[in-house]
Design a protein around this ligand. Structure first.
Ligand code: FES
Length: 81
């Protein structure tokens, strides 16, 4: 479902951002541009975001480990640069 009509951001886009590590709504707005134009979608976008974060945090550790490893590699790469 499209959440943000101005920027064609779907609930799947928001869930994907959360799965990739986004935990702050303002960061989500920067990444996807959701709720950054007319603002009509703000409440819905935040609701989808909050639900996605809650769901993601409830995932078993085994499912989160690949994402954590990816983040560690990115952190190491940025430290090395
Ligand atoms: S519908 Fe999302 S900013 Fe307008």
């Amino acid at each position: 479902m499209i959440v943000c009509l101005c920027h064609r951001v779907s609930d799947r886009d928001i869930r994907r951002a959360v799965a990739e590590g986004t935990r702050n709504f303002e960061v989500l707005q920067d990444e996807t541009r959701a709720a950054s134009a007319c603002g009509a979608c703000h409440d819905c976008a935040r609701e989808v975001f909050n639900e996605a974060v809650s769901t993601h945090l409830a995932l078993p550790v085994q499912m989160m480990e690949p994402l954590a490893q990816t983040r560690r590699v990115i952190q190491l790469a940025s430290v090395a640069a």
